[in-house]
Design a protein around this ligand. Structure first.
Ligand SMILES: [Mg+2]
Length: 270
């Protein structure tokens, strides 16, 4: 804080130097870092969008979900059963939006994201429609707890309904209510239902405590919760974004994020 005023007189001098130096034209660092982040997302997006491997991981995950659902429904309970699923990269595939971003040389922004969700043209991920209709046929209520905003709710319902997802309505689709923490929305379902299974692409789709990646990127917390995760949760693959990546990039500018990725790779010792 104390040093800032003494630096200010230097700024015009530095600017003059950068204009007159015989170097290639200066590149805007933020634009360069954005290009780096875009490039970093290419393989992950191709994997999500165009690999038979991910298609099978989803089929496999939903087949596993069916086994777990059957097992958990075998024990009786006084409350009616419910299944809770996340929406993005769990039942709906937004990899075409990621491809649009790569084609445009940009990264995610809330504005472009909302233009995409308003189109309501995401496709269903493999196995999702079949699994949730199976759950409904077994007497389960299906709740879609998503961190899409309230102003995306109607388009989300339309998208889900058009694809044949059960209970795609304003009661069962729960958009964000002031916080990305899904705990209160899950608890609300839990007051009237016995939650027999949760499915998501983020560990936080099971428990918010799994958002914290400050200790060994969250691995100790995950293992501490292994028993509950095994019984009640099915995790699906998302290589493009999530708390796993936020734990490395942090928040901030493209320069800051891409710099942290480089530092992480440089210092990673395993
Ligand atoms: Mg998701």
């Amino acid at each position: 804080m104390m040093r800032t005023p003494t630096l200010l007189p230097l700024l015009p001098v530095l600017g003059l130097w950068s204009c007159t130096a015989t170097q290639p034209l200066a590149v805007d660092p933020e634009a360069a870092a954005t290009r780096e982040l875009v490039t970093q997302n290419v393989n992950a997006t191709l994997y999500q969008n165009a690999s038979a491997e991910v298609a099978w991981l989803f089929e496999q995950g939903y087949a596993f979900a069916r086994l777990k659902l059957d097992a958990n429904l075998a024990t009786a309970d006084s409350l009616p059963p419910a299944v809770i699923v996340d929406v993005d990269e769990t039942v709906l595939d937004n990899s075409p939006y990621e491809l649009e971003n790569i084609r445009a040389g940009r990264t995610y922004t809330p504005a472009t994201w909302k233009q995409w969700t308003a189109r309501a043209e995401a496709k269903a991920l493999p196995g999702a429609v079949q699994f949730l209709n199976y759950a409904a046929s077994r007497g389960c209520a299906v709740y879609y707890i998503t961190n899409r905003d309230a102003d995306e709710k109607q388009a989300t319902i339309a998208n889900l309904a058009r694809l044949g997802f059960p209970m795609a309505d304003s009661v069962h689709v729960r958009t964000m209510e002031g916080t990305s923490d899904k705990t209160a929305r899950r608890d609300a379902v839990g007051r009237s239902h016995r939650v027999v299974l949760l499915v998501g692409d983020q560990l936080t789709d099971f428990d918010q405590v799994l958002k914290d990646r400050s200790t060994d990127l969250g691995l100790p917390t995950m293992y501490r919760m292994a028993d509950q995760l095994s019984r009640l949760f099915v995790l699906l693959p998302n290589a493009t974004y999530g708390y796993w990546r936020d734990g490395i990039t942090g928040k901030g500018t493209a320069v800051e994020k891409s710099g942290r990725v480089r530092t992480f790779i440089d210092q990673r010792d395993r």
